[in-house]
Design a protein around this ligand. Structure first.
Ligand code: COA
Length: 317
């Protein structure tokens, strides 16, 4: 089977930086509480004129430019988000129009909350395999600040906004290993039937923590088992950046090497579906990704959902 190689990434962060100190003025919290419980020090919020789609478009433009491909090369556009400004048009359709992607190709949004990027990449792989085509644009983008109750200290300190985009190539001699799962639960809930702001994010933090520390190592182990690889074969593990302690639990449980686990929640908070592609983009920008490297990406979150996949980084064409 052909698998997915990562060719290039793009990223977009909104204009407003919100520090723990800023939040301390808004709710009864402290930098010390947030940092020790989550590892988060700041996050970005959308300004008035920004939303999940504007961020997605900016990240996608950058990824496409860096890939050395043109819009005509892109065979499908799949966007992971739970905070699209409109139910329709989808963010993917807005990206199609903004980048001038050919009209005879699919463009769709996928909502699997914080596992969304893994679900979207798996969807893109399926579309390339069934419809034909070589290159896919896969984006994760969120404007969670629009879905939060700013007076609820149990959630407003956790989430942030942003977008990351990836150009994948369906390539020969590349393993395709993916694991996806779901368990219907209201442990994280957001959005109502009419408008997002009618039902802000609520969460049973402790239940979600218990779920995450079980799901994350299980997904990583499944990816390794299915690809017949060991942790030593991985150059990087890029997990959903919900909380530093969740990643530390996973490292401990698997007796893994901490430096292989990229962490950036200190700068971004939890950006749900955007967190893995934002991390990939930062890693590419800072030269951490080298052609030929093998990565495992692991997502978990609302739904509840989880997912893991093996990736090879190839770099631009
Ligand atoms: N600042 C200060 N105190 C806060 C607070 C905040 N932002 N949020 C909650 N508290 C208080 C609680 O009210 C509670 O007070 P009480 O003991 O007087 O009732 C106390 O801190 C402890 O709360 P608790 O919920 O037990 O904290 P915790 O150790 O479980 O940490 C989370 C809370 C949210 C950090 C933790 O449960 C977690 O990380 N869960 C997973 C969340 C997540 O990652 N979700 C997304 C997954 S995709």
């Amino acid at each position: 089977m052909k698998g997915l190689q990562l060719l290039a990434t793009g990223g977009a962060l909104p204009g407003r930086v919100v520090t723990n100190e800023d939040l301390r003025r808004q709710v009864d919290t402290s930098d010390e509480w947030i940092t020790t419980r989550t590892g988060i020090r700041q996050r970005y919020y959308c300004a008035e004129n920004e939303d999940a789609a504007t961020l997605a478009i900016a990240a996608a433009r950058q990824a496409l430019a860096r890939s050395g491909l043109t819009a005509a090369d892109i065979a499908c556009c799949v966007v992971a988000t739970l905070s699209s400004p409109t139910a329709t048009p989808s963010v993917a359709c807005r990206v199609q129009a903004a980048l001038g992607l050919p009209e005879n190709r699919p463009a769709l949004d996928v909502n699997a909350a914080c596992s969304g990027f893994i679900y979207a990449a798996a969807t893109a792989h399926g579309l390339l395999t069934t419809l034909g085509g070589r290159y896919a644009l896969v984006i994760g983008c969120e404007a969670l600040s629009r879905m939060m109750d700013p007076t609820d200290r149990t959630t407003c300190v956790l989430f942030g906004d942003g977008a990351g985009a990836a150009i994948f190539e369906l390539a020969e001699n590349t393993p395709f290993v993916v694991t996806l799962g779901a368990r219907g639960s209201e442990a994280i809930r957001a959005g109502g039937p009419a408008a997002c702001d009618t039902a802000p994010i609520t969460m049973d933090g402790k239940a979600v923590f218990r779920f995450a520390v079980e799901a994350m190592p299980r997904c990583l182990q499944t990816v390794l088992d299915r690809s017949q690889k060991t942790q030593a074969d991985l150059d990087w593990v890029v997990c959903h950046q919900a909380n530093s302690r969740i990643i530390d639990h996973c490292i401990k449980h698997l007796h893994a090497e901490p430096p292989k686990f990229y962490k950036n929640m200190n700068r971004h908070g939890n950006t749900s579906a955007a967190s893995i592609p934002i991390a990939l983009h930062e890693m590419e920008e800072s030269g951490l990704l080298r052609p030929g490297q093998t990565l495992a990406c692991i997502g978990f979150g609302g739904g509840l959902t989880w997912g893991g996949m093996l990736l090879t980084y190839e770099g631009r064409k």
